[in-house]
Design a protein around this ligand. Sequence first.
Ligand code: TMP
Length: 197
Amino acid sequence: MFIALEGVDGSGKSTQLALLAEALGPDTLKIREPGGTEAAEAIRSTLADPGIPLDTTAELLLFFAARADLVRRVIRPAIEAGRTVVSDRFVDSTEAYQGVARGLGVEVVHELNRIATDGLLPDLTILLRVDPETGLARAESEDRFEAEGVAFQRLVAGAYEEIARREPDRFVVVDGSGSPEEVHTRIMAALGSKARQ
Ligand code: TMP
């Protein structure tokens, strides 16, 4: 099984990913995007650093380079070995951030995602819904995307809502407000109800 967590910056995904992985058991593989391989982590530091000037198309392609390496060398082998994989962000981040908020286009993101992942999609994507302003205030450091400010995060939030509407079978939207324990309880309830569908 492959589960992804999505949301605006500061939505609490990383905390929730750790709690979810713990709840799913010790054999669960926890990854983050961009990242999860040596090359992808190196790409991540370039992408995160607002001090490194970067063309937006180059930015887009770096996300796909990192994803292709992670999917082919880590995620697919783990799924084939029967492990549960949980990821902090996946393909929908690129649609929301680069496709919509950066305005590079959703179609091109879909096509490149298909090439980078060979069509691999999460079985379930959990969207943590938080107010973009609250999220931005909560985000710890200012990366390239947080530095774009609240208007950018609002575009990202709107794009996520649209994807969740378009793909109700793959998506579950969870209220991200409240304590980490409260949000975790909601996530586990959502997982349970999806499993029963
Ligand atoms: P995070 O690990 O704190 O979520 O940081 C990753 C940053 O990269 C975050 O601001 C969202 C951004 N991002 C994209 O813009 N596109 C993508 O495809 C992914 C995976 C992340």
